[in-house]
Write a protein that binds this ligand. Structure first.
Ligand SMILES: Cc1ncc(C[n+]2csc(CCOP(=O)(O)OP(=O)(O)O)c2C)c(N)n1
Ligand code: SF4
Ligand SMILES: [Mg+2]
Length: 347
Protein backbone atom coordinates (compact mmCIF):
# COMPACT_ATOMS: atom_id res chain seq x y z
CA UNK A 1 0.00 0.00 0.00
CA UNK A 2 1.30 3.45 -0.91
CA UNK A 3 2.19 5.62 2.11
CA UNK A 4 -0.29 8.41 2.81
CA UNK A 5 1.09 11.95 2.64
CA UNK A 6 -0.68 15.02 3.94
CA UNK A 7 -0.74 17.99 1.56
CA UNK A 8 0.50 21.16 3.26
CA UNK A 9 -2.21 23.79 3.78
CA UNK A 10 -1.80 27.43 2.74
CA UNK A 11 0.87 29.46 4.55
CA UNK A 12 -0.63 31.35 7.46
CA UNK A 13 0.47 34.49 9.28
CA UNK A 14 0.90 35.13 13.01
CA UNK A 15 -2.88 35.37 13.53
CA UNK A 16 -3.51 32.17 11.59
CA UNK A 17 -4.90 33.74 8.39
CA UNK A 18 -3.94 32.89 4.81
CA UNK A 19 -3.22 35.52 2.17
CA UNK A 20 -6.62 34.65 0.65
CA UNK A 21 -8.24 36.18 3.74
CA UNK A 22 -6.82 39.56 2.65
CA UNK A 23 -8.10 39.47 -0.93
CA UNK A 24 -11.08 41.40 -2.27
CA UNK A 25 -13.31 41.33 -5.32
CA UNK A 26 -12.03 40.84 -8.84
CA UNK A 27 -10.62 44.07 -10.27
CA UNK A 28 -12.54 45.95 -12.96
CA UNK A 29 -9.64 48.35 -13.60
CA UNK A 30 -7.70 48.21 -16.89
CA UNK A 31 -5.14 45.41 -17.16
CA UNK A 32 -1.74 46.91 -16.31
CA UNK A 33 -3.15 49.85 -14.30
CA UNK A 34 -0.68 50.77 -11.55
CA UNK A 35 -3.53 50.84 -9.01
CA UNK A 36 -3.85 47.03 -9.25
CA UNK A 37 -0.19 46.58 -8.24
CA UNK A 38 -0.73 48.85 -5.22
CA UNK A 39 -3.71 46.71 -4.13
CA UNK A 40 -1.42 43.68 -4.28
CA UNK A 41 1.20 45.38 -2.08
CA UNK A 42 -1.48 46.32 0.46
CA UNK A 43 -2.63 42.68 0.59
CA UNK A 44 0.94 41.40 1.07
CA UNK A 45 1.83 43.95 3.75
CA UNK A 46 -1.37 43.47 5.78
CA UNK A 47 -0.95 39.70 5.59
CA UNK A 48 2.71 39.77 6.64
CA UNK A 49 2.05 42.21 9.46
CA UNK A 50 -0.77 39.97 10.70
CA UNK A 51 -3.35 42.77 10.78
CA UNK A 52 -6.87 41.46 11.54
CA UNK A 53 -8.89 42.47 8.43
CA UNK A 54 -11.87 43.41 10.65
CA UNK A 55 -9.71 46.10 12.32
CA UNK A 56 -9.17 47.93 9.03
CA UNK A 57 -11.42 50.71 7.74
CA UNK A 58 -10.86 51.33 4.02
CA UNK A 59 -11.86 54.83 2.99
CA UNK A 60 -11.82 56.46 -0.42
CA UNK A 61 -13.28 59.21 -2.58
CA UNK A 62 -14.15 58.98 -6.29
CA UNK A 63 -11.94 57.85 -9.18
CA UNK A 64 -10.44 54.61 -10.53
CA UNK A 65 -8.03 54.74 -7.54
CA UNK A 66 -10.91 55.26 -5.12
CA UNK A 67 -12.67 52.19 -6.57
CA UNK A 68 -9.68 50.00 -5.79
CA UNK A 69 -10.51 49.27 -2.08
CA UNK A 70 -13.22 46.97 -3.49
CA UNK A 71 -10.40 44.80 -4.86
CA UNK A 72 -8.53 44.05 -1.61
CA UNK A 73 -9.42 43.09 1.95
CA UNK A 74 -13.04 42.13 1.42
CA UNK A 75 -13.48 41.35 5.14
CA UNK A 76 -12.61 44.93 6.22
CA UNK A 77 -14.95 47.89 6.72
CA UNK A 78 -15.23 50.09 3.65
CA UNK A 79 -16.65 53.52 2.83
CA UNK A 80 -16.60 55.13 -0.60
CA UNK A 81 -17.09 58.85 0.15
CA UNK A 82 -17.94 61.82 -2.07
CA UNK A 83 -15.24 63.10 -4.48
CA UNK A 84 -12.42 64.70 -2.44
CA UNK A 85 -14.26 64.36 0.87
CA UNK A 86 -12.77 61.17 2.25
CA UNK A 87 -10.64 62.96 4.92
CA UNK A 88 -13.66 64.15 6.91
CA UNK A 89 -15.25 60.69 6.82
CA UNK A 90 -11.94 59.13 7.90
CA UNK A 91 -11.60 61.64 10.75
CA UNK A 92 -15.11 60.83 11.95
CA UNK A 93 -14.48 57.08 11.78
CA UNK A 94 -11.26 57.35 13.79
CA UNK A 95 -12.82 59.60 16.42
CA UNK A 96 -15.67 57.12 16.81
CA UNK A 97 -13.36 54.13 17.04
CA UNK A 98 -9.72 54.81 17.83
CA UNK A 99 -8.89 51.09 17.62
CA UNK A 100 -9.44 51.00 13.85
CA UNK A 101 -6.59 51.05 11.39
CA UNK A 102 -7.66 53.65 8.82
CA UNK A 103 -6.49 53.13 5.27
CA UNK A 104 -7.40 55.94 2.88
CA UNK A 105 -6.99 55.39 -0.85
CA UNK A 106 -7.29 58.44 -3.05
CA UNK A 107 -6.20 59.69 -6.45
CA UNK A 108 -4.21 62.74 -7.49
CA UNK A 109 -7.45 64.35 -8.71
CA UNK A 110 -9.40 63.30 -5.65
CA UNK A 111 -6.66 64.70 -3.37
CA UNK A 112 -4.87 67.57 -5.10
CA UNK A 113 -7.68 68.97 -7.25
CA UNK A 114 -11.22 68.81 -5.82
CA UNK A 115 -10.13 67.48 -2.41
CA UNK A 116 -7.21 69.78 -1.64
CA UNK A 117 -9.11 71.72 1.06
CA UNK A 118 -9.91 68.58 3.03
CA UNK A 119 -6.44 67.15 2.42
CA UNK A 120 -4.57 70.08 4.00
CA UNK A 121 -6.65 69.93 7.17
CA UNK A 122 -6.15 66.18 7.46
CA UNK A 123 -2.37 66.59 7.17
CA UNK A 124 -2.20 69.22 9.94
CA UNK A 125 -4.00 67.03 12.45
CA UNK A 126 -1.70 64.01 12.44
CA UNK A 127 -4.72 61.70 12.57
CA UNK A 128 -3.61 58.03 12.68
CA UNK A 129 -4.26 57.04 9.05
CA UNK A 130 -2.39 55.64 6.09
CA UNK A 131 -3.31 58.01 3.27
CA UNK A 132 -2.31 56.74 -0.16
CA UNK A 133 -2.43 58.81 -3.32
CA UNK A 134 -2.42 56.61 -6.41
CA UNK A 135 -0.82 59.27 -8.56
CA UNK A 136 -1.11 59.02 -12.35
CA UNK A 137 -1.18 62.77 -13.08
CA UNK A 138 -4.62 62.55 -14.69
CA UNK A 139 -8.30 62.02 -13.94
CA UNK A 140 -8.36 58.42 -15.20
CA UNK A 141 -12.05 57.80 -14.52
CA UNK A 142 -13.20 60.80 -16.56
CA UNK A 143 -10.93 60.02 -19.52
CA UNK A 144 -7.56 61.52 -18.76
CA UNK A 145 -7.61 65.29 -18.12
CA UNK A 146 -4.52 66.70 -16.33
CA UNK A 147 -4.71 66.76 -12.54
CA UNK A 148 -2.90 69.18 -10.22
CA UNK A 149 0.07 66.80 -9.79
CA UNK A 150 0.88 66.73 -13.55
CA UNK A 151 4.36 68.08 -14.18
CA UNK A 152 4.92 71.33 -16.00
CA UNK A 153 5.49 70.57 -19.69
CA UNK A 154 4.13 67.02 -19.61
CA UNK A 155 2.01 66.04 -22.58
CA UNK A 156 -1.41 64.43 -22.96
CA UNK A 157 -2.05 61.82 -25.66
CA UNK A 158 -3.88 64.50 -27.64
CA UNK A 159 -0.71 66.63 -27.67
CA UNK A 160 -1.98 69.17 -25.09
CA UNK A 161 0.90 70.45 -22.93
CA UNK A 162 0.45 71.13 -19.21
CA UNK A 163 1.40 74.74 -18.58
CA UNK A 164 0.83 74.84 -14.81
CA UNK A 165 3.31 73.83 -12.09
CA UNK A 166 2.45 70.71 -10.08
CA UNK A 167 1.42 70.54 -6.43
CA UNK A 168 3.96 68.37 -4.59
CA UNK A 169 1.71 66.54 -2.14
CA UNK A 170 4.73 65.25 -0.17
CA UNK A 171 6.25 68.71 0.39
CA UNK A 172 2.79 69.95 1.32
CA UNK A 173 2.13 67.10 3.76
CA UNK A 174 5.49 67.60 5.54
CA UNK A 175 4.98 71.36 5.76
CA UNK A 176 1.55 70.90 7.30
CA UNK A 177 2.41 68.27 9.93
CA UNK A 178 2.13 64.71 8.54
CA UNK A 179 4.62 62.50 10.38
CA UNK A 180 5.50 59.79 7.83
CA UNK A 181 5.83 60.96 4.26
CA UNK A 182 7.18 59.08 1.27
CA UNK A 183 6.95 58.61 -2.44
CA UNK A 184 7.18 55.34 -4.31
CA UNK A 185 6.31 53.81 -7.67
CA UNK A 186 3.73 51.05 -8.22
CA UNK A 187 6.35 49.21 -10.30
CA UNK A 188 8.92 49.13 -7.47
CA UNK A 189 7.69 46.09 -5.60
CA UNK A 190 10.49 45.95 -3.04
CA UNK A 191 10.48 49.61 -2.01
CA UNK A 192 6.70 49.82 -1.82
CA UNK A 193 6.42 46.61 0.17
CA UNK A 194 8.78 47.82 2.94
CA UNK A 195 7.21 51.26 2.97
CA UNK A 196 3.72 49.78 3.37
CA UNK A 197 4.78 47.60 6.30
CA UNK A 198 6.41 50.56 8.06
CA UNK A 199 3.25 52.60 7.39
CA UNK A 200 1.17 49.97 9.21
CA UNK A 201 3.45 50.31 12.27
CA UNK A 202 3.12 54.12 12.41
CA UNK A 203 0.54 55.80 14.67
CA UNK A 204 0.09 59.17 13.01
CA UNK A 205 -0.57 60.46 9.51
CA UNK A 206 1.28 58.45 6.87
CA UNK A 207 1.09 60.12 3.48
CA UNK A 208 2.36 58.03 0.59
CA UNK A 209 2.32 59.45 -2.91
CA UNK A 210 2.65 56.43 -5.18
CA UNK A 211 3.24 57.07 -8.86
CA UNK A 212 0.80 54.67 -10.49
CA UNK A 213 0.71 54.84 -14.29
CA UNK A 214 -2.63 55.03 -16.11
CA UNK A 215 -2.02 52.71 -19.07
CA UNK A 216 -5.07 54.01 -20.91
CA UNK A 217 -4.57 57.79 -20.72
CA UNK A 218 -1.07 58.64 -19.46
CA UNK A 219 1.55 56.06 -20.37
CA UNK A 220 2.97 57.58 -23.57
CA UNK A 221 6.10 59.48 -24.61
CA UNK A 222 5.95 62.97 -23.06
CA UNK A 223 4.26 61.80 -19.84
CA UNK A 224 6.25 62.00 -16.60
CA UNK A 225 4.01 59.44 -14.86
CA UNK A 226 4.50 56.58 -17.35
CA UNK A 227 6.14 53.21 -16.63
CA UNK A 228 9.05 54.06 -18.92
CA UNK A 229 9.62 57.51 -17.42
CA UNK A 230 9.65 56.15 -13.88
CA UNK A 231 11.90 53.21 -14.77
CA UNK A 232 14.38 55.60 -16.41
CA UNK A 233 14.24 58.42 -13.85
CA UNK A 234 13.39 56.88 -10.45
CA UNK A 235 16.03 58.06 -7.96
CA UNK A 236 15.62 56.37 -4.57
CA UNK A 237 16.99 58.18 -1.53
CA UNK A 238 17.46 54.98 0.48
CA UNK A 239 17.26 51.22 0.45
CA UNK A 240 14.40 50.53 2.80
CA UNK A 241 14.06 47.51 5.04
CA UNK A 242 11.63 46.88 7.84
CA UNK A 243 11.82 44.50 10.79
CA UNK A 244 8.46 44.04 12.55
CA UNK A 245 8.43 43.97 16.36
CA UNK A 246 7.36 40.31 16.38
CA UNK A 247 10.45 39.19 14.41
CA UNK A 248 13.90 38.88 15.87
CA UNK A 249 16.44 41.42 14.68
CA UNK A 250 19.36 39.37 13.42
CA UNK A 251 21.68 41.85 11.71
CA UNK A 252 23.32 44.86 13.34
CA UNK A 253 22.87 48.10 11.46
CA UNK A 254 25.72 50.45 10.68
CA UNK A 255 24.91 53.98 11.89
CA UNK A 256 27.52 55.34 9.46
CA UNK A 257 25.65 54.24 6.39
CA UNK A 258 22.15 53.61 7.72
CA UNK A 259 19.52 55.29 9.84
CA UNK A 260 17.32 53.18 12.09
CA UNK A 261 13.97 54.51 13.24
CA UNK A 262 12.06 52.75 16.02
CA UNK A 263 8.37 52.79 15.21
CA UNK A 264 5.50 53.10 17.73
CA UNK A 265 5.12 49.34 18.16
CA UNK A 266 8.87 48.71 18.53
CA UNK A 267 9.45 47.67 14.90
CA UNK A 268 12.55 48.98 13.17
CA UNK A 269 12.60 50.93 9.94
CA UNK A 270 16.07 50.80 8.41
CA UNK A 271 17.11 53.23 5.76
CA UNK A 272 20.43 52.52 4.06
CA UNK A 273 21.52 55.91 2.82
CA UNK A 274 22.12 56.29 -0.88
CA UNK A 275 22.60 60.01 -0.33
CA UNK A 276 25.10 60.53 2.44
CA UNK A 277 23.70 63.75 3.85
CA UNK A 278 20.05 62.79 3.88
CA UNK A 279 18.35 62.36 7.25
CA UNK A 280 14.57 61.81 7.08
CA UNK A 281 14.18 62.99 10.70
CA UNK A 282 15.05 66.55 9.64
CA UNK A 283 11.86 68.27 8.52
CA UNK A 284 13.40 71.42 7.04
CA UNK A 285 15.96 69.45 5.02
CA UNK A 286 13.23 67.14 3.74
CA UNK A 287 11.25 70.10 2.38
CA UNK A 288 14.39 71.66 0.89
CA UNK A 289 15.40 68.38 -0.77
CA UNK A 290 11.96 68.04 -2.37
CA UNK A 291 12.18 71.56 -3.76
CA UNK A 292 15.65 70.79 -5.11
CA UNK A 293 14.28 67.66 -6.80
CA UNK A 294 11.77 69.85 -8.62
CA UNK A 295 14.45 72.26 -9.75
CA UNK A 296 16.55 69.38 -11.09
CA UNK A 297 13.58 67.49 -12.60
CA UNK A 298 14.33 64.38 -10.49
CA UNK A 299 11.74 61.66 -9.80
CA UNK A 300 12.86 61.26 -6.19
CA UNK A 301 11.43 58.34 -4.18
CA UNK A 302 11.91 57.05 -0.62
CA UNK A 303 10.96 57.95 2.94
CA UNK A 304 11.30 61.74 2.95
CA UNK A 305 10.24 62.39 6.52
CA UNK A 306 9.52 60.36 9.63
CA UNK A 307 8.70 61.57 13.12
CA UNK A 308 7.51 59.07 15.72
CA UNK A 309 7.54 61.58 18.60
CA UNK A 310 4.75 64.01 17.67
CA UNK A 311 1.38 63.46 19.39
CA UNK A 312 -1.39 62.26 17.11
CA UNK A 313 -4.88 63.76 16.88
CA UNK A 314 -6.46 61.17 19.20
CA UNK A 315 -3.83 61.92 21.87
CA UNK A 316 -4.17 65.68 21.38
CA UNK A 317 -7.92 65.44 21.98
CA UNK A 318 -7.26 63.45 25.12
CA UNK A 319 -9.88 60.88 24.20
CA UNK A 320 -10.92 57.98 26.38
CA UNK A 321 -9.01 54.72 25.91
CA UNK A 322 -12.29 52.94 25.25
CA UNK A 323 -13.55 53.87 21.76
CA UNK A 324 -16.62 56.12 21.76
CA UNK A 325 -18.34 53.58 19.53
CA UNK A 326 -18.26 50.88 22.22
CA UNK A 327 -18.99 53.03 25.28
CA UNK A 328 -22.51 52.56 26.69
CA UNK A 329 -25.12 55.14 25.76
CA UNK A 330 -25.43 56.22 29.38
CA UNK A 331 -21.87 57.58 29.13
CA UNK A 332 -21.81 59.06 25.62
CA UNK A 333 -25.31 60.52 25.88
CA UNK A 334 -25.62 62.39 29.18
CA UNK A 335 -29.11 62.78 30.60
CA UNK A 336 -31.37 65.85 30.72
CA UNK A 337 -30.02 66.97 34.14
CA UNK A 338 -26.48 67.26 32.77
CA UNK A 339 -27.73 69.29 29.81
CA UNK A 340 -29.73 71.54 32.11
CA UNK A 341 -26.72 72.05 34.34
CA UNK A 342 -24.59 73.00 31.31
CA UNK A 343 -27.26 75.46 30.17
CA UNK A 344 -27.41 76.92 33.67
CA UNK A 345 -23.64 77.49 33.62
CA UNK A 346 -23.95 79.39 30.35
CA UNK A 347 -26.57 81.79 31.62
C1 LIG B 1 -18.31 66.49 -7.30
C2 LIG B 1 -17.75 65.75 -8.46
N1 LIG B 1 -17.08 66.42 -9.41
C3 LIG B 1 -16.54 65.76 -10.47
C4 LIG B 1 -16.72 64.41 -10.60
C5 LIG B 1 -16.16 63.70 -11.80
N2 LIG B 1 -14.99 62.92 -11.48
C6 LIG B 1 -15.09 61.62 -11.14
S1 LIG B 1 -13.61 60.93 -10.84
C7 LIG B 1 -12.80 62.38 -11.17
C8 LIG B 1 -11.30 62.49 -11.12
C9 LIG B 1 -10.61 61.29 -10.61
O1 LIG B 1 -9.23 61.45 -10.72
P1 LIG B 1 -8.23 60.78 -9.70
O2 LIG B 1 -8.60 61.08 -8.32
O3 LIG B 1 -6.86 61.19 -10.12
O4 LIG B 1 -8.47 59.23 -9.91
P2 LIG B 1 -8.01 58.23 -11.08
O5 LIG B 1 -9.27 57.92 -11.82
O6 LIG B 1 -7.01 58.91 -11.92
O7 LIG B 1 -7.45 57.07 -10.35
C10 LIG B 1 -13.69 63.38 -11.53
C11 LIG B 1 -13.30 64.77 -11.88
C12 LIG B 1 -17.44 63.74 -9.57
N3 LIG B 1 -17.61 62.41 -9.59
N4 LIG B 1 -17.95 64.43 -8.53
S1 SF4 C 1 -8.44 54.47 -16.97
FE1 SF4 C 1 -6.33 54.59 -16.20
S2 SF4 C 1 -6.51 54.87 -13.98
FE2 SF4 C 1 -8.49 54.08 -14.74
S3 SF4 C 1 -8.37 51.84 -14.52
FE3 SF4 C 1 -7.72 52.36 -16.61
S4 SF4 C 1 -5.49 52.52 -16.47
FE4 SF4 C 1 -6.28 52.66 -14.38
MG1 LIG D 1 -5.47 60.15 -11.19
Amino acid sequence: MAPTTSTPGPKTNRIGLAVLDYKGGRTTLCAGCGHNAISERIIDAMFEMGVPPERVAKLSGIGCSSKSPAYFMGRSHSFNAVHGRMPSVATGAMLANRNLLALGVSGDGDTASIGVGQFVHLMRRNLPIIYIIEDNGVYGLTKGQFSATADLGSKLKTGVINDLPPIDTCAMAITLGATFVGRSFSGDKKQLHSMMKAAIAHRGTVMLDIVSPCVTFNDHEGSTKSYKYMKDHDEPLQEISFVPAFEEIDVEYDPGTSIEVTMHDGSKLRLRKLEEEYDPRDRIKAITRLHEAHEKGEALTGVFYVNTKAPNFIEMLNMTDEPLATLPESVVRPGREVLEQAMEELR
